[in-house]
Design a protein around this ligand. Structure first.
Ligand code: ATP
Ligand code: MG
Length: 474
């Protein structure tokens, strides 16, 4: 963060200073909400959560070096006291980003935000100092905390924006107004909370509505292949840049192939030239993500060869998203257990099918160890059924559905699509899945593990990797 005096911070957030001997003392950052992350000069933001009240940690934070606490009440140590801590944090981020004049790239979508944000960050950071959202901290607290990491040196600020309802993205764009706004796709993630895909499109489109006009430099980067995203063209004053497979897309991929490992390669086309890309990421869905990243980088003036090289060298920055590990005995574990929705389930199953094709030809098996997709509302049964069926259609050798009701729908879908005998099984919990796999896995097998975050299915992947000897991450 840029250094600000406590008096300046109090003015920005409209707060009262308490127990501050020297209002000219400066906070130099980082701004944190976890007292264990306090460094000398930090601003500690005290949130009163359901289980933990940050105010109880104020003293500890100051002892650890925090310059002050942003709090809802006096805490007996230097504090800036406000009525609404979240609003104050937002106001501080807004003021700092404005003062710095940092160019903001914001992105949203139903699936692939974090994967794409990590790609954009790795590409842009080669070009100029870049600050980006760590992991998936894309909400009203994570976003301002990330923005406050920007310094005088920061050229690009890349921010993931998440939404669970109408108005959420508008709130976030109000804090850190983007010049470039990217919408990846409109799927069914959180559809239960939204009500329908049109509502999701309504919410995601708030991003492009917030952009400055084309004359002022605003750029909306939209997925040409997703009709609900493409329709957002009419909701923005910004210049529109399309990416995807459609002919009209300015940034396109041609000759998309998957390597034997399931890593996509393609020829990247941009308005200023072409170059070849082979991703280190797994699954064809990353082609779309890479095109989105390329479109953003192209807008920011990066030459196409540099973009292609950066994309080809980019790895996964955030964990448990198609994390591929080969065990010493030749079993490959694909840990995609960070989260799941119907689109990402389909993408992951397709990736498994392509990764396992060569293995299957050699007599090994592909395994899909899947758990429930949460928050699907009325669509839940149909969507679980469809995923179970898709596993069979893609010729996945074995489906292990883990958990209760939704898992039984997955298994039933597979059964109704023609899986028989032991090809699809339903087990009650993660431990049962691990026991089954431990006794069944053979060298050469490829295992995908995936479910919604709340299922915590990464336990299965981690347990399967917990074998003797070294495990190689590739
Ligand atoms: N373009 C895409 N289409 C479908 N699935 C995708 C796409 N990109 C990534 N995925 C898959 O979606 C899952 C979530 O990916 P990621 O974390 O990047 O998405 P996200 O939008 O940030 O999710 P969240 O809403 O949890 O923040 C992963 O399993 C990933 O492999
Ligand atoms: Mg995310």
């Amino acid at each position: 963060m840029i250094a600000l005096s406590l008096a300046e911070i109090a003015e920005i957030v409209g707060g009262q200073t308490h127990d501050i001997p020297d209002p000219a003392a400066r906070a130099t950052g980082p701004v944190v909400i976890d007292s264990r992350e306090v460094r000398p000069g930090s601003l500690f933001v005290a949130f009163a959560g359901e289980h933990v009240d940050g105010h109880d940690y104020a003293e500890r934070a100051v002892q650890a070096g925090a310059a002050a606490v942003l709090a809802a009440r006096p805490v007996g140590v230097p504090a800036i006291v406000v009525d609404d801590v979240q609003a104050a944090l937002g106001a501080l981020a807004r003021a700092v980003v404005k003062r710095l004049g940092t160019d903001v790239v914001a992105l949203t979508g139903s699936a692939g935000k974090t994967s794409t944000k990590d790609l954009i960050a790795q590409v842009l950071d080669r070009h100029a100092p870049t600050v980006w959202t760590p992991g998936s901290l894309n909400n009203e607290i994570g976003l301002p905390l990330t923005a406050l990491k920007a310094t005088d040196d920061t050229r690009h600020l890349v921010l993931e924006m998440g939404a669970r309802g109408i108005g959420h993205i508008r709130y976030l764009t109000g804090l850190t107004p983007p010049r470039i706004g990217l919408v990846l796709n409109v799927g069914t993630a959180h559809i239960g909370e939204f009500g329908g895909r049109e509502q999701i499109a309504e919410a995601k489109g708030e991003l492009v509505e917030s952009l400055p006009s084309a004359e002022e430099g605003g750029v909306a980067v939209l997925n040409a292949d997703d009709p609900l995203v493409r329709a957002m063209e009419s909701r923005t004053k910004a210049r529109v840049v399309l990416f995807g497979e459609a002919d009209e897309a300015a940034v396109r991929a041609e000759n998309v192939l998957l390597t034997e490992n399931g890593q996509p390669s393609f020829r990247l086309h941009t308005p200023t030239g072409c170059s070849d890309v082979t991703l280190r990421l797994y699954g064809e869905h990353h082609v779309s993500n890479a095109l989105a990243a390329a479109a953003v980088a192209h807008e920011l003036g990066m030459p196409v060869e540099e973009i292609a090289t950066a994309l080809s060298e980019a790895g996964t920055l955030s964990r448990w998203r198609m994390e591929v590990t080969e065990r010493p005995d030749g079993v490959t574990i694909v840990n995609d257990a960070y989260n799941a929705n119907p689109e990402s389930m389909r993408a992951a199953l397709r990736a498994l099918a392509s990764m396992g094709r060569a293995a299957q030809a050699r007599g090994a098996r592909t395994w899909a160890v899947l758990g429930k997709m949460a928050e699907l509302g009325d669509a839940s049964l149909v969507e679980h059924d469809a995923v179970g069926r898709l596993a069979v259609r893609l010729n996945v050798s074995k489906l292990v559905a883990v958990g209760d009701r939704e898992a039984s729908w997955l298994q039933l879908g597979a059964y109704n699509e023609g899986s028989w005998g032991e090809e699809s099984v339903h087990v009650s919990d993660a431990q049962a899945a691990v026991d089954l796999l431990r006794s069944e896995l053979r060298p050469g097998d490829v295992v995908l593990v995936k479910a919604s975050r709340s299922v915590g299915l990464e336990k299965v992947a981690l347990a399967l990797l917990d074998t003797e000897g070294e495990v190689a991450v590739r």
